[in-house]
Design a protein around this ligand. Structure first.
Ligand SMILES: *Cc1c(COP(=O)(O)O)cnc(C)c1O
Ligand SMILES: [Zn+2]
Length: 424
């Protein structure tokens, strides 16, 4: 791992050798998030755009030379990454935009973006010889860890709030994880997981605590830029809970800039649920995220419900340093975005995934996006993760099934009342 220079504390700037610390800066408790520093000259000697052009590895491991793992570490067999980037011309035209793409990370092996981080987490745990890996999660990070662990037969213990959607809990149980359903919030599950990990000596994959999660998540930026022929987009919309994804996107873009593979950074647009808008508030009011206290988070978009975003330092830098913005969308706007995204772009998202699209709609409505900008919306999780919210979303727009008896007369009765309007 000679391409990794150090792990640098984002509060005090102190640098540690990778073998010295596994998680946060010892001087700053759980807030001392570390950032992996690379030797880009060395990386440039080991991987080139030409290599990628000829690579037949269509997973995140095509970028292995840019990841903080040993070159000879075995990687899990699940196909994580290289998710499709769809042009969304019809929706773009409706919105008065010329260039819109949807990156569908609902297509990951466990159906959310979190597979990118868990894949790297499992490799790091195995490099450390860990017997057990643990994480707290609103559901998707847990499902991702459960699936990735199953793929390498690694034992794991998962803490999720008991209110997590059924599909996510089902994934954990089916993959064979030891599941602790916490009678409390995600924030409480997080604290409990840290305590338990210390007590039992488990390897900790927690978001905004384990510095390598950002590094897995940054691969989405590599893919977006590569899929666009190494022409960075102008804007990327992404939903924000703990802030690890947006921080990861930023890190990936900075890597590409350092290597000279792109020539500028897109504006990162962080979208939060109005009921869980810690970052959006801090951004709007210019508050310091190191002193701003936790808020009470309530939103139906469970994956972005976080009272104290664990990766808030990186998440704030991502928006500030790219001249982006934070936006808030209501739960109603999130629900409305589920069918809008599915009908306009044919991507079925869970609420937190659709929130990014709701953010785009809001930004366009406010005149923040100019028609010529090349815009990407990152859909972070599949709609099948939360069918109850999907059903609510169609009720909200008045879409209902038609009940018929098993005879053609009934079908005629229904069809007589329906007209198909071209283009609708
Ligand atoms: C985790 C998650 C997010 C938010 O990511 P953070 O790193 O917590 O900001 C968004 N959407 C989905 C579907 C997620 O699972
Ligand atoms: Zn420190």
């Amino acid at each position: 791992m000679d391409h990794v220079l150090s792990l640098k504390c984002l509060i005090c700037g102190k640098e540690y050798a990778p073998h010295e610390v596994d998680y946060v800066c010892p001087d700053h408790g759980n807030d001392g998030i570390l950032d992996v520093q690379y030797d880009y000259d060395l990386i440039a000697q080991r991987i080139s755009l030409g290599d990628l052009l000829h690579s037949t590895d269509h997973t995140i491991w095509r970028y292995k030379a840019l990841l903080p793992i040993q070159p000879d570490s075995p990687v899990p067999p699940l196909a994580v990454g290289w998710t499709p980037l769809y042009r969304a011309d019809w929706s773009a035209a409706q919105l008065g935009l010329k260039h819109l793409w949807i990156k569908d990370d609902g297509r990951q092996p466990t159906a959310s973006f979190k597979d990118r981080a868990s894949a790297v987490g499992v490799v790091k745990a195995q490099e450390r010889g860990a017997k057990i890996i643990t994480t707290a999660s609103t559901g998707n990070a847990a499902a991702a860890l459960a699936g990735l662990c199953a793929s390498v037969r690694q034992a794991n213990v998962i803490f999720v709030p008991e209110s997590a959607p059924q599909a996510k809990i089902a994934q954990l149980l089916v993959f064979g994880s030891t599941v602790l359903l916490v009678k409390g919030s995600y924030d409480q599950a997080f604290e409990l997981c840290l305590l338990a990990a210390k007590e039992y000596g488990w390897y900790n994959r927690n978001t905004g605590y384990n510095p390598y999660m950002t590094e897995g998540k940054k691969t989405a930026s590599y893919e977006i830029c590569e899929q666009l022929g190494w022409q960075a987009p102008d804007r990327v919309f992404v939903s924000v809970g703990d802030g690890c994804i947006i921080g990861g996107l930023h890190k990936g873009l900075k890597d590409l800039l350092a290597l000279g593979w792109i020539d500028r950074l897109p504006k990162l647009m962080g979208v939060q649920a109005a009921g869980s808008a810690y970052m959006a508030q801090a951004w709007a009011n210019d508050e310091d995220v190191l002193t701003k206290p936790a808020i009470q988070a309530t939103t139906l978009a469970d994956s972005i419900s976080a009272g104290l975003p664990r990766d808030r330092i990186k998440a704030m830098a991502a928006v500030r340093e790219t001249d982006g913005a934070y936006l808030q969308v209501s739960d109603q706007e999130i629900l409305a975005a589920i069918p809008a995204l599915a009908r306009g772009c044919a991507v079925f998202a869970e609420p937190a995934g659709a929130a990014a699209y709701a953010g785009l709609l809001k930004a366009v409505g406010e005149g923040l996006v100019s028609p010529d900008e090349r815009t990407v919306v990152l859909v972070t999780g599949s709609g099948l993760k939360d069918v109850a919210s999907a059903m609510k979303s169609v009720q909200q727009v008045g879409t209902q099934p038609h009940y018929v008896g098993p005879d053609l007369g009934d079908v005629r009765r229904v069809m007589d009342g329906i007209s198909f309007i071209p283009g609708e």
